[in-house]
Design a protein around this ligand. Structure first.
Ligand code: SAH
Ligand code: SF4
Length: 377
C-alpha cells in the first residue's frame, strides 16, 4: 500500500500527452502501444482505476497502480439553474495543503451542449466588470486540470458519448496560461481519448497580443473570441486594464495577422454596460474598427452582481445597438444569459475565500502584461 504523500509524487496520467505516456511505458519495459489502450480507458470510458483496464496484462496493471496516478478534480458543489444550466464547483490540488476551487459550467442545448471551463484559479487581468478579476490570480491550472473539468462534467452528466462544445470562458485568461491551455487542447483532441477537435473549442481572450501571435504557429487552432468591450483606447483602458499594454489597435492588428480560413470568423465579445459603452456612437465606432476583419459580434448585456459598479442596459438599448451593427452588415448576436440565478453566467464565477488584495492583483496584472507571451509563468 502506498501512502498519500508518496502517491502525490508519482507521475500523473492526467498531465501526459499520448507521447509522454508512450515514453513512460517504454521506461517500464512495456510496449508503447498500450498508451492508446490506457487513453481509451481513461478518456473514452471514464475508467480511472488501472486494475479495471481489463485488456492490459495483470503485470502492467500492477505496475501502473504503483507507478502512476490519474488526478481528477473533485466535485464539491453543484447547482442547477431553472434554465437547465449547471454550475460545478471543483477542487484541484491540494497545493501544499490548500485545495483550490474552480468553477465549470454546463450549458445545455444552445443549440449544442457546451462545457464552459476555467484555465486559471482567479485571473490577473482585473477587468472592471468581472468578479473573477476581483479574485486576482491565485494560480494557473495545469493541462490535466483543464481537461479534468471536461472529464468530470462528461462523466457526471453521462455525456461521454454525446457531442459537445467547449468554451474557455470560465475563470481565467487562457492566453495568460498559454502552454498548459494548448497542451490541454492537444490532450482533448487525441483520437484515442475524447477526440474533441479544436474546431469545437472556443478560446476567449482579453487580447494578450504575444499569445495571439503565438497561436499562428500552432497546428491546432481553436475558434477565437476576443473580448473587446470598448471602442476607444481611453474607454477600454478603464474597463480592461490590459489595454494599457495591448491597445485596441494592437489587438486588432494581431487579429488581422491570424491565418483565418475562409469559413472562419473571429468572434468579438462586447459586454454592454448601461450608459458606459452602449450608445449608438459606440456601435458605429465598432463597425468601423472591425472593417476588414471576418468578424461576428456577440453582445453580452452585463450580468450584474454585487461588487460590480455597472448596470445592465435596458433591452431597447441592446436592440438598438445590435440593429446598428446589423444595418452595417456586421453579423451580431445577443448572448442570452444562462444560469444567472445560480451565479453561473459569464463574469460571475468566483470562489469565495480565495481573493487576493487589490494591490497584488494590479501588480500581477501589470507584471504579466509586460512579460513575453503573456507571462506564461
Ligand atoms: N478571460 C477571458 C475568458 C473568460 S471571461 C476573457 O476575458 O475573454 C469570458 C467572457 O465573460 C468575457 O468576454 C468577459 O468579458 C465576459 N464577462 C466578464 N464579466 C462579465 C459580466 N459581469 N457580465 C457579462 N459578461 C462578463
Ligand atoms: Fe479575467 Fe476575462 Fe474576467 Fe477580464 S473578463 S478579469 S480577462 S476572466
Amino acid at each position: 500500500m502506498i501512502n498519500t504523500a508518496a502517491r502525490a509524487a508519482l507521475p500523473d496520467l492526467a498531465e501526459m500527452e499520448l507521447a509522454d505516456l508512450e515514453q513512460f511505458l517504454a521506461g517500464l519495459g512495456e510496449g508503447r502501444f498500450h498508451a492508446r489502450q490506457i487513453y481509451r480507458w481513461a478518456y473514452k470510458r471514464g475508467v480511472t482505476d488501472f486494475h479495471l483496464m481489463s485488456d492490459l496484462s495483470k503485470t502492467l496493471r500492477a505496475s501502473l497502480d504503483t507507478g502512476l496516478v490519474l488526478s481528477t478534480p473533485r466535485i464539491v458543489g453543484r447547482d442547477r439553474s431553472s434554465d437547465g444550466t449547471e454550475k460545478f464547483v471543483l477542487e484541484v490540488g491540494p497545493d501544499g495543503g490548500t485545495a483550490r476551487r474552480i468553477e465549470s459550467v454546463f450549458i445545455p442545448e444552445t443549440p449544442a451542449m457546451t462545457f464552459c471551463v476555467s484555465t486559471q484559479v482567479g485571473c490577473a487581468m482585473g477587468c472592471a466588470f468581472c468578479l473573477t478579476g476581483k479574485m486576482g490570480l491565485v494560480r494557473n491550472l495545469t493541462a490535466g486540470e483543464i481537461v479534468g473539468q471536461v472529464r468530470v462534467l462528461a462523466e457526471t452528466l453521462a455525456l461521454r458519448d454525446t457531442r459537445f462544445n467547449i468554451v474557455l470562458m470560465g475563470m481565467g485568461e487562457p492566453l495568460h496560461n498559454y502552454d498548459e491551455t494548448m497542451k490541454a487542447l492537444r490532450i482533448l483532441a487525441n483520437a484515442s481519448g475524447l477526440a474533441i477537435s479544436p474546431r469545437r473549442v472556443t478560446l476567449s481572450t482579453v487580447g494578450v497580443v504575444p499569445g495571439l501571435d503565438r497561436l499562428t504557429t500552432e497546428p491546432m487552432m481553436p475558434n477565437l473570441a476576443i473580448s473587446l468591450h470598448a471602442t476607444t483606447e481611453e474607454q477600454r483602458s478603464r474597463l480592461v486594464p490590459l489595454n494599457r499594454k495591448y491597445r485596441i489597435e494592437d489587438v486588432l492588428a494581431a487579429c488581422r495577422r491570424l491565418p483565418v480560413k475562409r469559413r472562419d470568423r473571429i468572434t468579438f465579445e462586447y459586454v454592454l454596460l448601461d450608459g458606459v459603452n452602449d450608445a449608438p456612437d459606440d456601435a458605429r465606432r465598432l463597425v468601423r474598427l472591425l472593417q476588414g476583419i471576418r468578424a461576428k459580434v456577440n453582445l453580452i448585456p452585463l450580468n450584474e452582481a454585487a461588487g460590480i459598479p455597472f448596470g445592465r442596459p435596458a433591452d431597447h438599448r441592446v436592440d438598438a445597438f445590435a440593429q446598428i451593427l446589423a444595418d452595417h452588415r456586421v453579423t451580431v448576436s445577443v448572448r442570452k444569459s444562462r444560469g444567472r440565478d445560480i451565479r453561473a453566467a459569464c463574469g460571475q464565477l468566483i470562489v469565495e475565500g480565495q481573493q487576493r488584495s487589490p494591490g497584488q492583483r494590479l501588480a500581477s496584472a501589470m507584471s504579466s502584461a509586460l512579460s513575453p507571451a503573456g507571462a506564461d509563468a
